[in-house]
Design a protein around this ligand. Structure first.
Ligand code: SF4
Length: 163
């Protein structure tokens, strides 16, 4: 089993076997995960070999096996949680960036409308800009009916109207 598989299984074990003492048995884990006993048994052997889970015989009922996460197992779960939090923070930052981008565009648009001004936007973003109309990197202005070189596409133009 690869590192990802062990991490996933340790996570499942953390959810299922990390509950009350009565639920920390292979039987409870099988019921919780809805998989076969064989799968749970194989998984537990793998986790035990990796030092993430330990099994002990219940002193009160010698037929019963109790499962525990080892320190290494707990550490693996903790690191997994940190990775999830990091992914959520990254997603939030990206969302904030997109919101900020939208807000700035809206602010600029409103300001231009209020002042009755023109955007002087980039040629490439104009609704009259026909990309590659005359061949690769050879563009055309539909409004002025003029050819445009690739470098001109990144210049501003008084006639620019946002596409
Ligand atoms: S109107 Fe100006 S910005 Fe628009 S395509 Fe023509 S040259 Fe470019």
């Amino acid at each position: 089993m690869g590192g990802d598989g062990k991490r996933k299984n340790a996570r499942l074990f953390g959810k299922a076997g990390g509950g009350g003492i009565e639920s920390r048995t292979p039987g409870a884990l099988t019921a919780y995960l809805g998989v076969t006993k064989g799968t749970v048994s194989q998984t537990l052997m793998s986790l035990e070999r990796a030092g993430l889970v330990s099994k002990t015989i219940d002193a009160a009922d010698r037929r019963s096996v109790k499962l525990e996460l080892t320190d290494a197992g707990r550490d693996r779960l903790r690191r997994d949680e940190i990775a999830r939090v990091q992914a959520m923070v990254d997603a939030m930052l990206e969302l904030d960036r997109l919101r900020l981008d939208d807000a700035l565009r809206q602010l600029l648009k409103t300001r231009l409308e209020l002042e009755g001004g023109r955007a002087f936007g980039l040629c490439r973003t104009c609704r009259h800009f026909a990309a590659d109309a005359r061949g690769p990197a050879k563009h055309h202005c539909r409004l002025l009916d003029e050819p445009l070189a690739d470098a001109e596409a990144d210049e501003i133009c008084y006639e620019q109207e946002a596409a």
